[in-house]
Write a protein of this length. Structure first.
Length: 347
């Protein structure tokens, strides 16, 4: 007689915009045969992206901002409220992107916790989460030793042959505009509230100013992360450039972009895998970015004056070569959910 797999209660704790896009296809597949609870916190881009994607999500607590004391208080308060909700749901499994709150609650309640991570440079989060997870899934290009030092056994680290942006790019809706349009330069403002971030507004302001002055015949579009960034940019640049004050699905913008300038995070990797001419001003040096540079999918250039020259060259250079290179790189990557399914079944 055929016995179907038992229905599991699975809790996803989703904390950042990247995690919304990364986990969305996994949640869609897992919810067909399991009960899913998705939680997050009140954080501008996450709330808006979840709505745009039609994801059912419960918001518990808030983002702590840039201040260390506020981060601590926000995390502690969130943990208390979230623990009560999780006890009521009674999950068999937790899945997160190394959420500190999910790690502590799962450990305290004896819930198996499987985490993903591509960010060993986020040391504060690593120290608070990695020692408490049962399995850690990571992109194959990151050495296991990068995570072992935070207190997890090497045997519990499972690599998958993909970078996380590949999941996002593969599941993006095709939205390339086919009509005539100006060439577009998209600039993504760097993360400034993460514990690992070392924000330098003067530098990004210089980059935007140079590009805006140099490329008056192109559409110069800036995508901020926080409301404060929107206000500061509008005050400084006015109508000189287009500042997006509403949260937008990045892949929709990227597919109508000719040159992307980013800080080296997820959107930089997305742009690269879409086959868009991509420049990183390297605000967040990391192993995924290094891989994309080696693959000749990202140009690393921290100097604002040289970035302007590079943008000019890329706007008039061949697109087909970089698109073919990006397509081949993307096709060589696997879907991490297959590794996740194997872990879930192994128990």
């Amino acid at each position: 007689m055929y016995h179907s797999a038992p229905i599991l209660r699975i809790w996803f704790d989703i904390l950042t915009p990247k995690q919304v896009l990364f986990f969305e296809p996994m949640i869609k597949r897992l919810q067909k045969n399991n009960r899913i609870l998705c939680t997050s916190r009140n954080y501008r881009e996450v709330v808006a992206l979840a709505r745009l994607k039609g994801m059912k999500m419960e918001f518990v607590g808030r983002h702590g901002g840039a201040d260390k004391a506020t981060k601590l208080t926000a995390s502690l308060n969130r943990m208390i409220t979230l623990a009560e909700r999780i006890q009521r749901f009674g999950p068999d499994l937790t899945i997160s992107f190394c959420s500190p709150e999910a790690s502590r609650i799962s450990y305290g309640l004896g819930i198996r916790h499987v985490a993903f991570c591509d960010s060993p440079h986020a040391e504060a989060v690593m120290r608070l989460s990695v020692p408490l997870v049962q399995k850690l899934l990571i992109p194959w290009i990151i050495p296991k030793e990068e995570f072992v030092r935070f207190g997890i056994a090497k045997k519990d680290i499972i690599p998958y042959k993909a970078i996380d942006a590949a999941v996002i790019v593969r599941n993006a809706k095709k939205s390339r505009y086919r009509g005539k349009r100006k060439k577009a330069i998209l600039i993504r403002i760097e993360e400034e509230q993460a514990a690992y971030a070392k924000s330098d507004y003067k530098k990004i302001s210089d980059i935007i100013n140079r590009i805006a002055n140099e490329f008056t015949d192109e559409d110069v579009v800036v995508l901020p992360r926080y409301k404060q960034q929107v206000s500061v940019l509008k005050r400084e640049f006015g109508s000189k450039i287009k500042i997006l004050d509403k949260v937008t699905i990045g892949s929709d913008l990227l597919q109508n972009t000719d040159v992307f300038v980013g800080s080296g995070g997820t959107m930089t990797a997305e742009a690269a895998l879409f086959g868009i001419h991509t420049i990183s001003y390297n605000a967040v040096p990391n192993l995924v970015l290094n891989y994309l540079v080696r693959k000749k999918l990202v140009h690393l250039q921290p100097d604002p004056a040289k970035i302007t020259n590079l943008v000019a060259r890329l706007l008039h250079s061949d697109k087909d070569t970089v698109r073919a290179r990006a397509k081949n790189t993307l096709m060589s990557m696997e879907d991490p959910i297959e590794k996740l399914n194997g872990i879930i079944k192994s128990k």
